[in-house]
Structures are given as C-alpha cells and as structure tokens.
Design a protein around this ligand. Structure first.
Ligand SMILES: C[S@@+](CC[C@H](N)C(=O)[O-])C[C@H]1O[C@@H](n2cnc3c(N)ncnc32)[C@H](O)[C@@H]1O
Length: 315
C-alpha cells in the first residue's frame, strides 16, 4: 500500500484546542496518517518536540514519510497509548504540553480487506490494530463462551440482539469454525429478525464494532491512557480527545468531570476534610462537533465529538 488515504477529522479544531506553543512538547497518541501531527509540526519551532504514537506499524511507516519535512524534533514510537507515560520517560522528557487522541481505526485499516475490520470486505477474522498482538477476532468468535459473546455484543456494540447473535455464533461454530468476515455476516443475518435486517444500518455494524473493541481492548486502553496523560501533562498542558461513539465519549466526559471536581465535602461542613483538589479545567463545556460542511465532505466525521481539558497549575 503506497498511499494512506485518511481524511483527518476536526483537524483545525483539535490542534487549535491544544494551543500549541512553538517550543512545547506534544504527543499525538493516535498518529494514523499524521494529519493532525503535520499541523502540530507546522506550529512548532526547531526546538519544539512532536512525539507520535501508534500501535499499527503500517500507520507509523506512512506517518514517517508524511512528516519527513518536519522542522521540529520528532520521535515516532510503536506503542499502545496506554503506556504513554512510560514512553515519554524513556525518551527523556519529564512532562508534555499537550496530548491528542483521535480514537478508533483509520480509513486504511478499514479499507485494506485483509485486516478483517470491515464487513464489506471478505477476509480472515483478524481486526488487530497491532498485528503482533495475540488476540484476534477469530479467537473471540470461535473460542469465547456464549455468555462472554453476549456481554461484549451488548456492552461494546449496544446490540439489542446480542443474545440471539451469540447463540447463533455458538451453534454455527459447533459444526464448523467461523473463519471469515463474510461468514460472520451471514451468521448475524441468520440471527436477527427479518424486519430488523431490512431497516437501519448494516446488521453486522454493531457486532463488528463490539468485536473490534474487544480484540484491541479499546475502552480499557483509553481509560488507562487518560490517566497516563494526566500524569505527564505539565501545568496548563491540554488534552484533546476526538471520539466516535458514545462509549468512548462517556469515558472521556466522566474522566474530565471527575478530575475537574474540587472539594466534595457536604455543603454544611465548616471546613474541607476531603482535601480533594481539581487537577483539570474543562475547556469544552459541550463537545465541539464537525461542521455540516465537514460531514458533507467526510461521512466518517458525522459521529465525531471533540472534548478538551487543561491541566491546572499545581501549588
Ligand atoms: C483515527 S486514526 C488517527 C488518524 C490521524 N489523526 C490522522 O489524522 O491521520 C486512529 C489511529 O490510532 C491508532 N490507535 C488506536 N488505538 C490505539 C492505541 N490503544 N494505542 C496506539 N495507537 C492506537 C490506530 O492504529 C490508528 O492508526
């Protein structure tokens, strides 16, 4: 694959939200095709630092090419963003001035059939962003218990037919393993009632989302990464997060709210006994959404939400 065609979502809004200082240190935790990173790099002087992380080697290889003219100091690291603080330390920095997350998969990950992310391409069930990790969609579909399958379809896919689909998966695999994306699509279609098959989005969309989240442990990794980001953010440093579904957005919103909350003592307490201090200030009371024009240009942007928070100066 020679070109990496990914249309960057909320580019200006997210990079403006970081308030890039020309000599600051910034981490793009989801490098992808480097769309956001290029804009950050353009705002940095030669003594500014851009650190790009991705767990997908293909993304890193393309990002390296797209950033070859960057004038700032550049570190591109293959890592899960949940280890963000360790990476920063290993590179020799004690803080950063901003962290950006643009969650989910890139368009090339979806479009390269063999990666097995898409119900539109027939391919082996894979869905790993990090192709060196062990757990694949095949293992989940063919080895996880009916209860576990029901749980992930319900929790990660918000799939109302989770029980029926999990049962059909287990019945089918007793006869023969389910090896490909299109075999799985057929199983899902068999499981759900005919009227539901004919209306709304593709009947496999929620199940594929759920399995992808489970394969990549996406929600736990994101929760860990927010905590890691808070540990490395310097005073007034910013976190900008673009989410694409309600589960991710809820984690981000709750994390920001929890850390923006100061004293939690009952109002009639004469003095504070909880000693809880806010360590974040929420910059976006409501999430920033893409413009109608951006959605028109890029359908993938339609569910995007951008939230920004700022580290409160300590002491
Ligand atoms: C939506 S794309 C980012 C696109 C990028 N902002 C751009 O404009 O080109 C998300 C990227 O994050 C990566 N990613 C997702 N979860 C990750 C994780 N836990 N650790 C590291 N990278 C991750 C994916 O591999 C993918 O390349």
């Amino acid at each position: 694959m020679n070109v990496f065609l990914h249309e960057t979502v909320l580019k200006e809004e997210a990079v403006n939200g970081l308030r890039v200082k020309p000599d600051g240190i910034y981490v793009d935790c989801t490098l992808g095709g480097a769309g956001h990173s290029r804009m950050i790099a353009e705002r940095l002087q030669p003594n500014g630092v851009l650190i790009g992380l991705d767990q997908d080697q293909m993304a890193l290889d393309h990002a390296r090419k797209r950033l070859q003219d960057a004038q700032c100091r550049l570190h591109l690291v293959k890592s899960n963003f949940r280890f963000l603080d360790q990476v920063i330390k290993e590179l020799g920095y004690d803080h950063v001035d901003g962290c950006l997350f643009d969650l989910g998969v890139s368009s090339p990950q979806l479009d390269i059939g063999e990666r097995g992310f898409s119900y539109q391409h027939d391919a082996p069930l894979d869905m790993r962003m990090d192709e060196t990790s062990e757990l694949t969609a095949y293992t989940i579909v063919n080895e996880w218990s009916q209860e576990e399958l029901t749980r992930i379809l319900f929790e990660y896919g918000e799939e109302k037919f989770s029980r029926r689909i999990a049962k059909e998966i287990v019945n089918t695999r007793e006869k023969m393993p389910i090896s490909t994306t299109h075999q799985l699509v057929e199983v899902i279609k068999q499981a759900i009632p005919a009227p539901a098959r004919r209306t709304g989005p593709h009947p496999a969309r929620r199940t594929f989302q759920a399995i992808r989240i489970a394969v990549n442990d996406e929600l736990n990794a994101f929760g860990d990464a927010l905590a890691a980001a808070l540990r490395v953010l310097g005073p007034n440093g910013r976190i900008a997060v673009i989410t694409f579904h309600s589960l991710e957005d809820r984690i981000c919103k709750k994390f920001f709210q929890k850390h923006a909350q100061g004293c939690i003592c009952p109002p009639d307490f004469p003095v504070c006994t909880c000693n809880q201090k806010a360590d974040l200030r929420i910059i976006t009371k409501k999430p920033i959404l893409p413009s109608a024009e951006e959605i028109e240009r890029n359908a993938r942007a339609r569910s995007a939400k951008l939230r920004i928070a700022e580290r409160i100066k300590e002491g």
